[in-house]
Ligand binder design. Structure first.
Ligand SMILES: NC(=O)C1=CN([C@@H]2O[C@H](COP(=O)(O)OP(=O)(O)OC[C@H]3O[C@@H](n4cnc5c(N)ncnc54)[C@H](O)[C@@H]3O)[C@@H](O)[C@H]2O)C=CC1
Ligand SMILES: O=C(O)C(=O)Cc1ccc(O)cc1
Length: 302
């Protein structure tokens, strides 16, 4: 039994197109409609046959849907919700895939009063964006966190949960505020560190005549992958998860200062103890973690 018969996707980039491909694969009888604000993306989506109907307006994509998933950058969620508000059927469920949840929940509650909203965050992605970057297995064995409000309809939560399980994800339910704190540590601040270190290296490049690129070792290359992630998406994440990111950055700054002091005073024990602890974290992620869709991710140096 399928949780939804008519699914509509608004925003056909990496995540929207991956959901479309996964629905096609796992629930081929679902009628899939979709819209993207960018005409070039719509044309590409039609060429890739990502949906039964790729519509020129957001309203046309949602008017018959029983599930609408907003897959646009966090800062565009409000505009996307405004564009569909007048055309939503009475018993529709609206969801989203934004990387932070509190600000989107507030915007959707304001723009879509009385609509059943079940927010989601698939904790799966890559540094790539756009409709060509998506793939059907992106969500396999990856977490999808649902952050329903306290008064959400339990049946709607069950159906959205079942939808994500059907496309391969493991579902966890979490309070939106807690989600934003956890993701600030595990995803948002790491991205900020990558943007920052690659930015610093690129400033230094002027001084070192390209040695930064020439001799870039594994660690730096890993940072450049993360730091090549979509600028619009990540600008929006930081502006919308401001409090949690600032709180975690404060903690990080204190810990970096502690390391600075250990290096200055030759305190090898502090360095060794921390590095031993962090190595154990990595090992436990590999041993207990979920499979990553990228071919060699996490398995290269156990
Ligand atoms: N990229 C990643 O690894 C992950 C991203 N997310 C979240 O998923 C959402 C989408 O991210 P991606 O697919 O990576 O971005 P993307 O940049 O690949 O695609 C976003 C699409 O939304 C369209 N769009 C923008 N404003 C619109 C509007 N008002 N109406 C209709 N379409 C609009 C753009 O034209 C673009 O095609 C973001 O909220 C992001 O935080 C969640 C998990 C992982
Ligand atoms: O590419 C990577 O390493 C990621 O971390 C992908 C990612 C980006 C944003 C999310 O909200 C979830 C996953």
């Amino acid at each position: 039994m399928l949780p939804f018969a008519r699914v509509s996707i608004v925003g056909l980039g990496l995540i929207g197109s991956s959901i479309a491909r996964a629905v096609r694969h796992h629930m081929p009888t679902v009628r899939l409609t979709a819209h993207d604000a960018d005409p070039a993306v719509r044309a590409r989506a039609r060429a890739l046959d990502l949906a039964d109907d790729v519509t020129d307006t957001a309203g046309a994509a949602v008017m018959d849907a029983d599930l609408v998933i907003l897959c646009v950058p966090v800062g565009a969620m409000r505009a996307a919700a405004e564009a569909i508000a007048a055309d939503l059927p009475a018993d529709v469920i609206v969801s989203d895939v934004g990387s932070c949840k509190q600000s989107i929940a507030a915007a959707l509650a304001e723009v879509l009063p009385g609509v059943s909203v079940v927010p989601a965050h698939p904790v799966a992605g890559t540094e790539h964006s756009g409709p060509d970057a998506g793939f059907a297995t992106l969500f396999h064995k990856r977490w999808c966190i649902l952050t329903p409000a306290g008064d959400a309809d339990p049946a709607a939560v069950m159906r959205v949960s079942s939808f994500w399980e059907k496309i391969g994800a493991d579902v966890e339910i979490m309070d939106a505020r807690h989600h934003d704190l956890v993701l600030a540590v595990t995803s948002h601040v790491p991205h900020l560190i990558a943007y920052s270190i690659v930015g610093t290296a690129s400033d230094l490049e002027e001084v070192t005549n390209s040695e930064v690129i020439k001799f870039s070792a594994g660690g730096f290359r890993d940072f450049t992958r993360i730091a090549s992630s979509d600028p619009t998406m990540w600008r929006d994440v930081f502006l919308n998860n401001r409090e949690a990111v600032l709180e975690m950055l404060q903690r990080l700054t204190e810990d970096v200062t502690m390391l600075q002091r250990a290096i200055r005073w030759g305190d090898g024990d502090t360095l060794f103890d921390l590095f031993t602890r962090t190595r154990a974290v990595r090992r436990s992620i590999i041993e207990h973690g979920q499979d990553d869709p990228r071919p060699d991710f996490g398995r290269e140096h156990i």
